[in-house]
Write a protein that binds this ligand. Structure first.
Ligand SMILES: Nc1nc2c(ncn2[C@@H]2O[C@H](COP(=O)(O)OP(=O)(O)O)[C@@H](O)[C@H]2O)c(=O)[nH]1
Ligand SMILES: [Mg+2]
Ligand SMILES: [Zn+2]
Length: 290
């Protein structure tokens, strides 16, 4: 009998699938190459009382992933909201935030930046300064403390499938634990099913929230390679570039030294921040040829 389920945890080629009755089943994919992500909808057949086989992945609405020149790493499937979690302490990488935003924009996924640990007041001004460029671009920023007021995040997740992305130490797991009462139980269930009880959080996990929302906690990112994006996807990932795209003299302009480049003109006129243009050039330099 075929069942449709949702991948709620992924660890190597082991997946934990949530079934329609709410129970979970450890599963292997049938094909050799198929790689799945947390949030994937799958068609499953039971192979025994305690194990299943994934026959097919249903079409994905979105797929968030990162890549370097050698391999790609899926982060989450079917998410509707990317929540970039940063903190006042330890300090965070603005470049990593930029990369998370470009990845989300390239998939047309809405973004929210959460500045956590706002209780550490003396660290707040530096964090605000680092976030100012993103705020100016119109990205919403929610300031909170996971220890005191995690609830402030809940309305932003209503009806959404969200994914937390960010460096480790930013407070993602603390936020999950505050928002999901059964988070610890689920974490234990996942560890037991997928890595024989080694209570580590090396894998992503999907948690259910009341009100038809879900939240995926992903392992801390130290880097977010975007080698899989084309130049066109990267330029669309810089949302303030969009009004000028298509206005360059050359249709295949790389916005480098080409004459009549509308993007460079916008940088010179102050419509695009020089730091964002530099970030674009860095990402374009590692992008796949198109
Ligand atoms: N002061 C303060 N510390 C926090 C807050 N949220 C998390 N932490 C601490 O930050 C550390 C890292 O949190 P964790 O949730 O493991 O981060 P993760 O790696 O992003 O999952 C832990 O020691 C938390 O107790 C907060 O709002 N304020
Ligand atoms: Mg964590
Ligand atoms: Zn150009």
């Amino acid at each position: 009998m075929k069942l449709e389920g949702t991948v709620i945890a992924a660890h190597g080629r082991h997946y934990l699938v949530e079934l329609p009755d709410g129970g979970t089943l450890p599963c292997f994919p049938r094909g050799k190459k198929s790689e799945l992500a947390c949030g994937d909808r799958v068609s499953v057949a039971r192979s025994s009382a305690t194990q299943g086989v994934i026959d097919a992945v249903l079409p994905r609405r979105t797929l968030l992933y990162r890549s370097n020149e050698f391999r790609q790493k899926l982060i989450a499937a079917n998410v509707t909201r990317v929540v970039v979690v940063v903190a006042t302490e330890p300090s965070f990488s603005e470049e990593l935030v930029t990369r998370c935003l470009v990845a989300a924009e390239s998939q047309d996924i809405g973004v929210l930046i959460v500045l956590n640990k706002c209780d550490l007041a003396d660290r707040l001004p530096a964090a605000e300064a680092a976030l100012a460029p993103f705020s100016r671009l119109g990205y919403p920023i929610l300031r909170l403390s996971a220890r005191a007021c995690a609830e402030a995040l809940r309305p932003h997740l209503a009806g959404q499938t969200g994914v937390f992305v960010g460096q480790s130490g930013m407070g993602k797991s603390t936020l999950i634990n505050a928002l999901v009462p059964e988070a610890n139980a689920r974490t234990r269930e996942i560890s037991e099913a997928l890595d024989s009880g080694r209570h580590t959080t090396t894998h992503a996990a999907l948690y259910r929230l009341p009100g038809d929302s879900s939240l995926i906690d992903s392992p801390g990112l130290q880097e977010f390679g975007l080698h899989h994006l084309s130049v066109s996807e990267i330029e669309h990932g810089f949302r303030e570039f969009r009004p000028w795209l298509g206005s360059c003299r050359f249709r295949n302009c790389r916005h480098d030294r080409e004459p009549g480049c509308a993007i460079r003109a916008a940088v010179e006129a102050g419509g695009i921040a020089a730091s964002r243009y530099a970030a674009f050039r860095a990402l374009r330099g590692e992008s796949r040829p198109s």
